[in-house]
Design a protein around this ligand. Structure first.
Ligand code: GLN
Length: 537
């Protein structure tokens, strides 16, 4: 079949959940036997979100091919089980960079380079890139930002042109907000009407409207929206706040979104939807009522999007272990030797978060020391793993003031050091060790047991690394290096076998946990936490 291009735009306000709607539609189309990919176009000028701090942009997600991406790509993968790549996330910065490179090469020789047609053509090419691989029946393109933003305008113009050129093979879904005015006890559709008018003014007629709302929108009100916005009545769909984002595919399916998309794009029928795996997850989730306390020790605790994939991974593992994870975000900056016991009391597991820089680092050591001494199941991820090594070096292996070269370049024992090939890198953007690398696990390790195999591949995002020079000393002291990169010998996983579950990974397992396939290490961590909980209760 021809590739169908679905565009998802947002209106009225941001944060309506375009990523969740795109992911939900993808899940539904997959369940009907189509191949689908989702891509996100972000209107900001940064080349990628890699250099953005989490306060600006939440978590930075990493694709298998080493692209630092918007966190929506995490949703795409968790919903669809299909890995994304660099092609799935394009920013204004990348579009301009490519156009400017072409201009310097002389590709436009003699021409004035302009937003229209050069920038818009570049956007159009990028929109079609994945479709042209022939691998996908549907390419869902989420346009970041809100209609009316200056920055999104070139993207919308490119979308307008594509819609015109592609005819039935393109479809526009516009997600808007219907606020409920408490004082008037009324839902208001005017902002939606205005937002659609704004789209129409730039030449885009939405085919489907999805109205985000806190309250059920009556049929007759939806009909009114349809009438005012030139949209078929059955194509006005509501997206009521749900208790879980994973409920949204079913809510969309009940209102016929998938059928509508198939009909409107003339896609050939493949099969009836099979949502059994998805329903099974939701059923388990509903049944998993018993809570389990897990602490996440990090420095961005007031901003939960900073640890999105970790929180999701823990939740997935919880659901499959029959437990509802009660994730306690603990600010590492506030942890001291005096308060750590009280703060972490009752936690069945402690996870030490990834991160960069000095802030909050000592609190991570404090948490690790306490968790180690009390034999609490502990999971260190990336910086968390590095902290595990440092704390062990300082307090068990007798390497006083051991540190990472990142935190203290003059530390007497740099048990975590800058990687050789990172030493001469001056540019910050996109230069870390990024993306998926293979790792061999020691057969008798806890990690190998958890994965059920010894050869794995996981995604990385870091500049610093376990320092081989201290391996022997640390191993003699009881910290085992159980995972290694087969090509470079870099240490990727450490464990303390004398403890019940004390594992650190240089890589980020959280990028690979999905609704249908929870991550084995998170599963193993939760099992250990569940066992340990019996002891503390
Ligand atoms: N700051 C550490 C490094 O660059 C860890 C990075 C991370 O946790 N993602 O090596």
């Amino acid at each position: 079949m021809d590739t169908k291009y679905i565009f998802v735009t947002g209106g009225v306000v941001s944060s309506l959940g375009k990523g969740i709607i795109s992911s939900s539609l993808a899940r539904l189309l997959l369940s009907r036997g189509y191949s689908v990919t989702i891509q996100k176009f972000d209107p900001y000028i940064n080349i990628d979100p890699g250099t953005l701090n989490p306060y600006e942009h939440g978590e930075c997600y990493v694709t298998v091919d080493g692209h630092e991406a918007d966190l929506d790509l995490g949703h795409y993968e968790r919903f669809t089980d299909i890995p994304t790549t660099r092609a799935n996330n394009v920013t204004t910065g990348r579009i301009y960079q490519s156009v400017i490179d072409k201009e310097r090469r002389g590709d436009y020789l003699g021409k004035t380079v302009q937003i229209i047609p050069h920038i818009t053509d570049e956007i159009k090419e990028n929109v079609k890139l994945l479709g042209q691989t022939g691998k996908f029946d549907f390419v869902i393109t989420e346009i970041g930002g809100t209609v009316g933003d200056i920055e999104s305008t070139p993207f919308l113009e490119a979308m307008r042109q594509l819609k015109w050129e592609l005819g039935k093979n393109a479809l526009s879904i516009h997600l808007t907000y219907v606020p409920y005015l408490k004082a008037a006890k009324e839902l208001k559709t005017k902002p939606t009407q205005h937002s659609v008018k704004q789209l129409q003014a730039i030449g885009i007629q939405p085919d489907i409207l999805i109205l985000r709302t806190e309250k059920d929108i009556p049929q007759q009100m939806r009909r009114k929206v349809a009438q005012f916005c030139n949209v078929a009545p059955e194509a006005v769909i509501q997206s009521v706040d749900a208790s879980s984002i994973y409920q949204v595919p079913l809510m969309m399916h009940e209102q016929g979104l998938d059928e509508l998309v198939i009909r409107m794009t003339d896609a050939p029928f493949r099969r009836l939807p099979d949502l059994s795996g998805w329903n099974d997850y939701l059923r388990r989730r509903d049944n998993a009522k018993n809570e389990i306390n897990i602490a996440l020790v990090g420095k961005y605790v007031e901003l939960q999007d900073a640890y999105k994939s970790i929180a999701e991974s823990l939740m997935h593992a919880g659901v499959y272990s029959g437990r509802k994870v009660n994730l306690k975000y603990i600010s590492s900056e506030n942890l001291t030797d005096e308060n750590v016991g009280n703060t972490l009391k009752g936690m069945a597991g402690v996870l030490i978060a990834p991160g960069f820089g000095q802030r909050g680092i000592e609190g991570k050591f404090t948490a690790l020391k306490w968790a180690r001494e009390n034999d609490v199941p502990t999971f260190g991820i990336c910086l968390g793993m590095q902290c595990m090594v440092i704390e062990y070096a300082r307090n068990v292996a007798g390497l006083q003031d051991a540190n990472s070269a990142e935190m203290d370049p003059d530390a007497p024992f740099k048990v975590i050091d800058i990687m050789e090939d990172q030493k001469n890198i001056a540019k910050m953007g996109g230069t870390m060790r990024l993306g998926a690398y293979e790792c061999d696990l020691a057969e008798d390790s806890l990690a190998a047991r958890a994965y059920g195999k010894t050869s794995i591949s996981e995604r990385h995002r870091h500049r610093y690394e376990f320092n081989e020079a201290y391996r022997k000393r640390l191993e003699e002291a009881g910290l085992r290096c159980v995972g290694e990169n087969p090509q470079t010998g870099l240490v990727e996983v450490v464990e303390v076998p004398a403890l019940r579950w004390f594992v650190g990974t240089q890589y980020h397992p959280e990028y690979q946990s999905t609704v249908l396939h929870p991550h084995p290490l998170f599963m193993s961590f939760l099992e250990a936490a569940i066992d340990y909980e019996k002891e503390i209760n």
